[in-house]
Design a protein around this ligand. Structure first.
Ligand SMILES: NC(=O)c1ccc[n+]([C@@H]2O[C@H](COP(=O)([O-])OP(=O)(O)OC[C@H]3O[C@@H](n4cnc5c(N)ncnc54)[C@H](OP(=O)(O)O)[C@@H]3O)[C@@H](O)[C@H]2O)c1
Length: 307
């Protein structure tokens, strides 16, 4: 298939491009600058410069490249550091998930693109009730913290629009597997604490496993939503000390909920105490996906041991 990867120069895109090529697909990959796009040549992709927030340019690129499949992996999180106001940090990513998705879907419809796969997120999405591990069918949080309402709404928008056009939504877990993983700095500096009882769940995914699932999704008919997470959703009190040890950092600090709320805000408390994890059973069953890193326990140790 001819596959257009939008956001090919990012954390997931750079893992995805070589895996698509290995499976025999012809890949066109986008970045926002000529310099970054040219680096995609080394990965084997045909480079394309594209701002996904420019609907006219999106239409032109999709019309010119005539792909069989489009994969939307564009996020604008490179400069983001975890902070109190999630929506402010995610503002551009929210636009990529709303305006960017709409532009790509419209362009794809125009030229009859067969497959559309788009990035979403698994953690901190579900209603905070019942069991701690959720499937794709479980209800989303109807009342997320005020500072992440726009981010949640943008993900819902993306998911509904993609599924409506018979595409596939991938709710990835927290990415790890690269030197600049978002958690590395804060955990090394002991800035990422266990909040309260540390009972909030996270789901993780190694970037190589995320890319492998994405290739399978490109080769699969939609509509569908899949959690692309590892086998072991776990509470912060379990995974955070293991991550700190893998990084050679001191054990994480403990902070009471009230203090975490003052310093980190409601999202920090949600993640630390109340968030749900995600089940990968559907993706394994329907996509035939197998994981090289079934648990963050093994993954963190392997990835960070050498660093
Ligand atoms: N599930 C998760 O845990 C998750 C999800 C996303 C990101 N992250 C983490 O966040 C950090 C930064 O991630 P990242 O490198 O993927 O983000 P990024 O640097 O923002 O790059 C993502 C991709 O989107 C592209 N992009 C950004 N704005 C665009 C626009 N307006 N139009 C078209 N393409 C656009 C980027 O192009 P350029 O290279 O040209 O900028 C790049 O190809 C990494 O540590 C990553 O692991 C985690």
């Amino acid at each position: 298939m001819r596959v257009l990867v939008v956001g090919a120069s990012g954390a997931i895109g750079t893992r995805l491009v070589p895996q698509l090529i290995d499976r025999g697909h012809e890949v066109m990959g986008t970045a926002r600058s000529r310099e970054k796009a040219d680096r995609l040549l080394a990965l084997g992709a045909e480079p394309v410069v594209l701002d996904a927030l420019d609907a006219r340019a999106v239409r032109q690129v999709v019309a010119d490249s005539k792909p069989d499949a489009v994969v939307h992996e564009a996020t604008a999180l490179a400069a983001v550091r975890f902070g109190r106001n999630f929506d402010r940090l995610f503002a551009e990513t929210n636009r990529l998930r709303t305006e960017g998705t709409d532009a790509l879907l419209a362009a794809a419809r125009e030229v009859g693109v067969r497959r559309f796969v788009a990035q979403s997120f698994a953690s901190m999405r579900n209603a905070r009730e019942g069991g701690m591990v959720k499937t794709e069918d479980d209800p989303l949080d109807p009342d997320p913290p005020a500072t992440m309402r726009e981010a949640q709404a943008a993900m819902r928008h993306l998911e509904q629009a993609v599924v409506q056009d018979k595409g596939i939504v991938l709710r990835y877990g927290g990415f790890y597997g690269a030197a600049n993983d978002a958690m590395v700095g804060p955990v090394r500096k002991r800035q990422f604490p266990i909040v309260g009882d540390g009972g909030g769940y996270s789901s993780w995914i190694h970037l190589d496993d995320a890319a492998a699932a994405t290739v399978l999704a490109v080769e699969h008919d939609g509509p569908a939503v899949y959690n692309i997470v590892d086998d072991e959703p776990a509470p912060t009190r379990e995974w955070l000390p293991v991550l700190a040890e893998a990084l050679g950092a001191k054990p994480p600090r403990h902070v009471p909920v009230w203090l975490a709320r003052v310093i980190g805000g409601d999202v920090a408390v949600l993640m630390g105490t109340d968030a749900r994890g995600a089940s990968n059973a559907k993706a394994k069953h329907e996509l035939g996906w197998t994981l090289r890193y079934p648990s963050w326990r093994q993954g963190f140790a392997e990835v960070y041991a050498a660093r």
